[in-house]
Design a protein around this ligand. Structure first.
Ligand code: ZN
Length: 211
């Protein structure tokens, strides 16, 4: 019997946290365990995340598994639904890079009986909720919030500090810059630095953008 049998709904598991908290490793472990149970597993990633590979999910410790890259231009609910139809378990890596439409895709997959596992950054470098993550966290059956270790003081870290030329990035720097250790560090709330107070609610960000 597969997860998608008998008209049962599936479930959504979200793995979130800062960079260097082990999200991709946790996603890969969950997918591997599903494969041991002879489940059919599909891994998806955003094409934007090409820092180590276009067609693999690669963790910071160097483990890799094949993944189907999805381009924003071809993103439609039907595209992913069609792709996912023959699988029991659908894993998304770096799901924060997808547009908010991905929430509808994920909800539909769960209705279809799929087990969806989504890994992503919950906060961007400004310390603000990242793209579709708040909605995914709200509808999730299970949330795993991983902690990294603050590189400054070694406390638990759930912020991603962006550094440009060794200095904390400014609030108005562009939001997406794919990189690794030379650009980003895990930091705790005390050690995280940004030159403006993070705007947590979408309405506050929209109002600020219109000024
Ligand atoms: Zn710290």
């Amino acid at each position: 019997m597969t997860v998608a049998s008998a008209g049962k709904k599936g479930r959504l598991e979200v793995v979130c946290g800062s960079m260097f908290s082990g999200k991709t490793e946790e996603l890969m472990s969950k997918l591997k365990r599903a494969e041991y149970a002879r489940q059919r597993v599909l891994a998806l990633k955003h094409q934007l995340d090409n820092r180590k590979s276009m067609t693999c999910i690669v963790s910071h410790d160097g483990r890799a598994r094949a993944a189907h890259p999805i381009d924003n231009c071809v993103l439609s609910i039907q595209t992913i639904i069609d792709l996912a139809d023959q699988f029991d378990v659908i894993g998304f890596d770096e799901i924060q890079f997808f547009p908010e439409d991905i929430v509808q895709v994920v909800a539909k997959l769960v209705l279809m009986g799929k087990r969806v596992i989504a890994a992503g950054l919950d906060l961007d470098f400004r310390g603000e909720p990242f793209g579709p993550m708040p909605y995914l966290l709200a509808i999730a059956d299970e949330v795993v919030k991983l902690k990294a270790i603050c590189v400054v003081c070694t406390k638990d870290a759930h912020y991603t500090q962006r550094l440009v030329n060794g200095e904390p990035a400014r609030y108005n720097d562009p939001i997406i810059l794919i990189g690794a250790q030379e650009f980003y560090e895990a930091r705790c709330r005390d050690c995280f630095k940004i030159d403006q107070e993070p705007l947590i609610l979408p309405a506050a960000r929209q109002a600020a953008a219109q000024v």
